[in-house]
Structures are given as C-alpha cells and as structure tokens.
Design a protein around this ligand. Sequence first.
Ligand code: GLN
Length: 250
Amino acid sequence: MEPNLRLAHLYPKLMNIYGDRGNILCLERRCRERGIGFEVTELGLGEKLKPKEYDLIFIGGAQDREQRRVAEDLVKVKGKALREAVDKGGTLLAVCGGYQLMGRYYRTAEGEELPGVGAFGLWTEHPGPAAKRFIGNVVVEWCGQTLVGFENHGGRTHLDEGVEPLGRVVSGFGNNGEDGGEGAVSRNAYGTYLHGALLPKNPRFADHLIETALRRRHKGLELTPLDDRVEGMAHAAAVRLTTRRGMISR
Ligand code: GLN
C-alpha cells in the first residue's frame, strides 16, 4: 500500500503568521515528490479532533487576540484528544502562539491567564506591554545540526524539570532569553518559537516529522533523499547572516 500522510491543521485561519502555512506546503511537496499521498484536514473552532485519523497535527502562531479566541476551544473541544495523541506518540508540531497554548497556560501582557492544553510540561508568561519583545533571526543547535528561523514573541516560556528543549540557542532568544533553550519535546511532539516558515529552510527537520509520523502505520519506512541543494543554500545563508550580524542578544 502506498503511504499517505494525513495531517490535521488546527485553526488555519486564526493561527497563521510569518508564513506558518508554508510548513504545510513544504510537507506536502516533500511527500508528493516521493510518491507519498498527502491529505490536509483543516479544523477550526468547534470542530472535534479524532487523533486516530491523523498522522501529524500542526498548529501555527498568532498574537494574543487570536490565542484568546482559540484557547477555550483548544481546552474544551480538542484538549483531551491532543493530550492523548501526544501521550501515545503521535507527531505534532506547534509554533509560537500554538506552542504556548500546548503548555499549561499563557499569561498575556495584560495579565490574563489563557488556559493551555497541558500536552507539554511548560508555562508561558508575558512580563507586560513594556517588556522587550524577542524579535529576530534564530539559529538553534538541534541533534548535532542547526535549525534556522525567525522569532517574534513577548511570552517567556519555562520548561518543567526534566522536559527537554527542542534545541540550544546559538543566536537569538529562544524560550525565555535566559536559559539557552529553544522549544520543547514531548515524545514525538515538538514545540518551537521558529517561524519563517520553519520547515522549508530546515528540510531535515521536515523529513524527521514526516518519517516519525508515517512510521506509526508503516514500520521501518525510509524516506528517499530529495535534491535539497536550494534548501541547503537557504539554510546556510540564514546561519551566516544571523550569526554574522551578531544577533546574539542574550
Ligand atoms: N502572543 C504571543 C507572544 O507575543 C505569540 C506570538 C507569536 O505567535 N508570534 O508571546
């Protein structure tokens, strides 16, 4: 049977900034070039998530206003299914505002506490409207390689004892600008502050997600390599520019 990747895209209209939708386009292209089918189901407010029907779940970022609109729905309508998916080793990618809402709570700049899904052992607090926003290009060390992206957030994320970050900040701010961690990992679920879109410039991470997602139904599946020369150049240019401009702001 030809594999196909079934992706759930949460709140594509509300949670989508700085090119986050590009992650979906990238996954689709990398699947199709290998003859792997790709199906996207968009799930908005009020629509239930049935975890067994998906191999990969994606949620992008947004500012506080949109996060406020989806927080209650996430907790009440999709929260249990999301926690179940992550606990059972389902693959998930959550970016920035979406990442914050996968933790226990996000306290906004105005001090309002938005409840989180609790799929990751972490919490996020915005220190207030006068606080410095973490804006700029980021380079992260991930599994002996680099991830590149763009961050723009006021919230500071803190991981519980024992929760692993996705990577270590080489240049930029990451989770909180203090402890050098960027993002979080919980089994096969990944949270990150990196927009950009993240995946087109980080093809190895994109393939890691595809492989992890598909291997649950297709044991031992190996992805055929693609010609990533252009992606490699984009990645290298981002590393060069980010580190050369001295954007190490911690
Ligand atoms: N509202 C959040 C913050 O500023 C998330 C921003 C984002 O998703 N880029 O911290």
